[in-house]
Write a protein that binds this ligand. Structure first.
Ligand code: SMG
Ligand code: MG
Length: 384
């Protein structure tokens, strides 16, 4: 397709409750949205207008990863958009990655642009994203990520609420000082059948191995990203010391990194987040590498609006996603979602069936929550 313009928007959405992890507290969702418009040649040779949406999962501050919203805006405007405009007619979702490969890193920004182009193409062709990616399910089991709570009794109340709603798997955020007591309390209250896992967001070092070994007796599905992002070798060493399978999140920034981690024995499970690996197409390659090596994958979450949530549900419907993902209902984070809400039905979220993402922002909500907007064109920024 040929891109006519790329609209960048920052939206700010209220969260229902603060979300505390080992690296900080989120009280508001701030997301960069990307809207592309352009045209492509239709089956009859005529030009067909199309448009698509992307969502960048970078957070407002560089705490989960090096990327952050303002940086994603800048790199998109100054380095990604000009490369796509310069490609003229030759822009396809498959080519976005190669066209942007000269820009080092900034995977979350690249992923958002690719997602928008992919959505635009699939809408023009009438193909749902799930079908395009190779999905084999029409709904996906839904897990929920539970933030660090002020006390164990409060944690038990929060978990009870999610289980009442029907979530099929609980993930507890852990951090130094919030490990054994909360996890043991949840295990004791709900017994061995509860699918339970923990996520440290890189908060520990190998010196904490004796503490983490004590989790072995709690029958966890996995421990997610215990050590630093760039610490594959030490993850492998830790994995040898634990019975609990080690799952990597932050460390897996590409299919190549996934292959390295598997080869080293640093990951028995992989959390696949499209933004973290540079897009849904690379996410599918991570899935393929994992499946080829007998490694389980599940779909992670970045508190996405309904746009990213729709795409994650599509990805999570691929055959190798054998563990419930952090693809929860919109109501996990939002009183009102930007799109039609994703709801929990019997512990599952339905995979959208419409063309492309199958959802779009509600115009009034988009207008209300947009705090900044800029349209980029082949001639440069328009307004601001
Ligand atoms: O979208 O359900 C969600 C959030 C899941 O815990 C979640 N994400 O490390 O996996 C992770 C975190 C990253 C975001 S924390 C603010
Ligand atoms: Mg994680």
């Amino acid at each position: 397709m040929r891109l006519r313009d790329i609209e960048l928007r920052i939206v700010r959405m209220p969260l229902r409750s603060p979300f505390r992890t080992s690296f900080g507290v989120e009280t508001e969702k701030v997301a960069l949205l990307v809207r592309v418009r352009g045209d492509l040649r239709g089956p009859g040779g005529d030009r067909v207008e199309t448009g698509g949406w992307g969502e960048c999962v970078a957070m407002e501050e560089p705490l989960y990863s090096a990327e952050y919203v303002a940086g994603a805006v800048q790199v998109t405007r100054d380095f990604l958009a000009p490369r796509l405009f310069a490609a003229g007619d030759a822009v396809t979702a498959e080519r976005v990655g190669p066209l942007l490969a000269g820009v080092v890193g900034h995977r979350m920004a690249k992923a958002a642009v690719e997602m928008a182009v992919l959505d635009a193409e699939l809408r023009a062709r009438g193909v749902p994203l799930a079908e395009h990616l190779g999905a084999v399910r029409d709904r996906v089991p839904s897990g929920v990520s539970v933030g660090i709570q002020p006390s164990v009794p409060e944690l038990l109340d929060v978990v009870a609420g999610y289980l009442d709603e029907g979530y099929v798997r609980i993930k507890l955020k852990i951090a130094p000082g919030w490990v054994l007591e909360p996890v043991r309390a949840v295990r004791e209250r709900w017994g061995d059948d509860l699918l339970l896992q923990v996520d440290a967001n890189a908060a520990f070092t190998l010196a904490d191995a004796p503490l983490l070994q004590r989790l072995d007796e709690l029958g966890l599905l996995l421990i997610e990203q215990p050590l630093a992002e760039d610490d594959l070798v030490q993850h492998a060493e830790l994995a040898r010391m634990l019975r609990t399978p080690v799952c990597l999140d932050e460390s897996v920034v590409s299919a190549r990194a996934a292959a390295d981690a598997i080869r080293l024995g640093a990951a028995r499970v992989i959390n696949v987040k499209p933004g973290r690996v540079g897009g849904y197409l690379e996410a599918r390659r991570v899935h393929d590498v994992a499946v080829a090596n007998g490694v389980a994958v599940w779909c992670g979450g970045m508190l996405e609006t309904g746009l990213g949530r729709a795409a994650n549900a599509a990805l999570a419907a691929l055959p190798g996603f054998t563990l419930p993902g952090d693809v929860s209902a919109s109501s996990r984070f939002y009183e009102t979602d930007l799109t039609r809400p994703f709801v929990l039905e019997d512990g599952h979220v339905a995979v959208p069936t419409g063309p492309g993402l199958g959802v779009e922002p509600v115009p009034e909500l988009l207008a209300e929550w947009t705090s900044w907007r800029q349209v980029l064109s082949p001639d440069g920024p328009v307004g601001g």
